[in-house]
Write a new protein. Structure first.
Length: 398
């Protein structure tokens, strides 16, 4: 679709905070959200149009990227034709999708939203699956291939009864003298003030990409049409190619391959959990044979994983007069679990002392704190051992 150019004098120009706003004496820009669709974008003179909306009283406000240079003459305005085509494709696709779903399943469309990335409709039925999506897609493709014309009809109020409207007229527009009907062959007749293609062939294709339950008995269908559908298909084709190549499998075998990987992963997690429990128990038994210093047992260790640290820490919390600082490596930084059952030096006190020397973060209770600590993990271990040793050698006067 070609860009739309027109000229208009400025009616108003002002700023609201950091936002620059313009009103034109005459405008062809379509406002955001009217008719459920996106608004136009383009330029007014030197400024990009970022948003268009209608204020009380009917005036259209154009939110622009910078103040418009006012030469005192009519200013050239440009509306992005590619965006208008995209809006037209998504909007006509909604009419077609809603009509075909009603024809196939008797579900009415009770909501519509057009977004920058995708559009959606809400239907008044909760029985939906991919088979139904595919049936609707096939029906739409057949209609697109038939090159059905899309017409805009201006119908006088006295003749509106002659047209089989898919949706009942709302009370808000019953007082109008003329009605705008979007007619898709004999497939659909709908009242609408938005943009539409002139022939279904311009849609290319319509693809339902997702569905979900909303409210108690409605379903929301997300869809793409035209170039949006093509771009989405291209992206997913590349992703599918890269995934099958990485997993050394075919498209037909991909689901089976992923299922096997997930099964193997769950089994590996189960084995790792069991080994972690066994190692934590072995370390705990070794700790219990350790002699106490000043009636307090301490353990500062670097462990293979967080799971082992959690297992051992949980056991040590049941021991009296015990301080433990268990370190483990993470993808980013070092993790730790600090615990203390010593009456005079709880975990919070130890944490504050360690924080004087190391970049440490964490949160918890007086008995246990978990978090991260920066630095070489071996150096961190040695520093923590030194802090704890100094505390007891000074008689708890640190």
């Amino acid at each position: 679709m070609q860009d739309v150019r027109f000229f208009s004098a400025l009616s108003k120009q002002y700023a609201e905070g950091k936002l620059n706003k313009v009103e034109l004496e005459t405008t062809l820009f379509y406002p955001d959200s009217e008719g459920g669709q996106l608004g136009d974008r383009g330029k007014i003179g030197n400024a990009d149009v970022l948003k268009v909306y209608r204020v009380d009283g009917g005036a259209l406000v154009h939110e622009v990227s910078e103040p418009v240079t006012d030469t005192g003459r009519p200013i050239e305005c440009l509306i992005n034709g590619s965006r208008r085509l995209d809006i037209s494709q998504q909007h006509t696709a909604q009419h077609l999708l809603s009509a075909d779903i009603f024809s196939l399943y008797g579900y009415e469309t009770v909501g519509f939203a057009m977004g920058e990335a995708y559009s959606s409709i809400d239907i008044d039925g909760d029985q939906w699956d991919w088979e139904r999506s595919e049936s609707a897609e096939r029906m739409m493709l057949e209609q697109i291939m038939a090159k059905v014309d899309v017409e805009i009809l201006e119908v006088p109020k006295n003749d509106i009864h002659l047209y089989p409207l898919r949706k009942k007229m709302s009370e808000k527009i019953e007082q109008l003298g003329t009605y705008r009907i979007v007619k898709i062959g004999h497939i659909d007749y709908s009242l609408c003030g938005g943009f539409h293609v002139s022939n279904l062939a311009q849609l290319g294709t319509v693809k339902i990409i997702k569905y979900e339950k909303v409210k108690s008995d409605w379903t929301r269908l997300y869809y793409l049409a035209g170039f949006r559908a093509l771009i989405d298909y291209q992206k997913k084709t590349r992703l599918l190619h890269e995934t099958t190549r990485s997993l050394s499998t075919s498209v037909d075998e991909l689901n089976y391959r992923i299922h096997n990987i997930l099964t193997e992963h769950q089994e590996a997690k189960r084995i790792n959990r069991k080994l972690s429990e066994n190692l934590a128990s072995a370390l705990y038994n070794s700790f219990r044979s350790q002699k106490a210093t000043d009636n307090v047992k301490t353990v500062v260790e670097i462990l293979p994983s967080e799971e082992i640290a959690k297992g051992l820490s949980g056991k040590l919390l049941h021991e009296q007069n015990t301080i433990s600082f268990l370190l483990y490596e993470r993808p980013k930084g070092n993790g730790y679990i600090l615990s203390s059952t010593q009456e005079n030096w709880n975990a919070q006190s130890i944490f504050r002392k360690v924080k004087e020397f190391l970049e440490i973060k964490g949160g918890g209770t007086e008995k246990m704190i978990q978090g991260t600590v920066e630095g070489n993990i071996t150096a961190v271990k040695e520093k923590c051992e030194s802090i704890i040793k100094s505390y007891f050698s000074s008689g708890g006067l640190l």
